[in-house]
Design a protein around this ligand. Structure first.
Ligand SMILES: Nc1ncnc2c1ncn2[C@@H]1O[C@H](COP(=O)(O)OP(=O)(O)OP(=O)(O)O)[C@@H](O)[C@H]1O
Ligand SMILES: [Mg+2]
Length: 341
């Protein structure tokens, strides 16, 4: 199943308001189309509302990019989804099963990578996986070796399999964490910042790996504070800001809800800025060789070029770009993405 096949009618872009008030779109008793579904899931640490009544909808078959700046509540949400911490309020289902009811069959179908997996520093990567596999009651000990070798191969760690974990680089540790999540065939992978610490080549490899797994029918929730990194592989995105889910839905719909970005290359940036601002171009700012801003939806780019020329602003170049998720985040929250919660 491709991600596109899995999009359901209920699956549209939601604003912060509708996210926090929407009722479950899945009637009770129905076979759920959701790999993950939460209803007003909330976590307080002391008085701090770290996750604030979020309704997360991850369709089966999706690669869902769970995005947000540092401290916005991604890891806390993931820990609740995996039953590692208890929610203060709200509820969550994973593969149709309520979280917290400890169904081992469901847990066996979910592979997870969360911050700081507990590996033994003096054992090799290979032996660490053997230990983890041995602790899995659903795993047949007779086939342990082949499972471990296949998982190491899949994440590109075969050559370093016999090296001690403490001698692994951060990127190698991340890969081993992903390998541990892949010891069993999974229906759902929940990966918290899987590319953290990886070099560009490693990041590309993880992206390709996730795409392959998804093509095999695995639903994936992958968190990141780097928007551009996951934008390339996600079918769906959800954006967190200080504990709130400010937007979620299919990537194309989320993108189309944002204004396109225009860039004018000119020797007269001040003149261009004046004209753009007069024509309701938002967030106008200087860029290398000109100015850039976000176009109002009903404004024709041709009309803007004509207005610039009419005002005597020399135009060397004019670009109209699809808005990035970062543009969308800024448009929705009025803040840069790299804010700290
Ligand atoms: N055990 C805890 N006790 C108290 N506060 C916590 C605890 N865990 C997390 N927090 C706070 O909750 C907020 C959200 O943290 P969380 O780790 O969920 O963010 P995140 O989105 O995963 O960030 P990052 O991108 O840096 O991984 C932060 O302000 C953090 O300090
Ligand atoms: Mg985190």
């Amino acid at each position: 199943m491709t991600p596109a096949d899995s999009v359901t009618p209920a699956d549209s872009v939601t604003s912060a308001h509708s996210v926090s008030t929407a009722e479950s779109p899945v009637p009770a008793g129905d076979a759920t189309p959701w790999a993950i579904h939460t209803h007003r899931l909330t976590k307080l640490f002391g008085k701090q509302r770290v996750v604030d009544a979020i309704d997360l909808n991850v369709p089966q078959g999706a690669v869902y990019g769970f995005l947000g700046p540092n401290g916005s509540g991604k890891t806390t949400t993931i820990r609740m989804l995996l039953g590692l911490i208890r929610p203060t309020g709200g509820s969550a289902t994973v593969l149709g099963q309520s979280v917290g009811h400890g169904d081992a069959r469901i847990l066996g179908r979910v592979g997870a990578l969360v911050e700081g997996p507990a590996f033994h520093p003096y054992l090799s990567g290979h032996d660490n996986l053997v230990r983890i596999d041995a602790a899995d009651l659903n795993a047949d000990p007779a086939t342990c070796r082949s499972r471990v070798d296949a998982a190491l191969e899949r994440v590109g760690l075969s050559a370093a399999a016999r090296k001690r974990y403490r001698a692994y680089s951060l990127g190698m540790r991340q890969r081993l964490g992903i390998a541990a999540a892949l010891l069993q065939p999974r229906d759902l992978l929940v990966l918290d910042e899987p590319t953290n610490g990886l070099d560009p080549q490693g990041t590309r490899e993880v992206r390709a790996l996730l795409s392959d797994l998804n093509a095999d029918g695995v639903s994936i929730l992958v968190s990141s504070h780097l928007l551009s990194e996951v934008e390339q592989i996600c079918s769906h995105v959800g954006m967190m800001r200080t504990g709130e889910l400010v937007s979620q839905g299919p990537l194309a719909e989320v993108r189309s809800s944002a204004r396109p970005r225009i860039t004018v290359l000119t020797g007269d940036p001040a003149g261009a800025e004046t004209v753009l601002t007069e024509h309701r171009v938002h967030d106008v700012s200087p860029t290398d060789g000109g100015v850039t801003g976000l176009l109002e939806e009903d404004l024709e780019p041709e009309a803007l070029v004509a207005a610039l020329v009419h005002a005597g602003v020399g135009v060397r170049g004019f670009e109209l770009a699809r808005p990035s998720l970062e543009d969308l985040f800024i448009a929705q929250t009025g803040e840069g993405f790299d804010v700290s919660g």
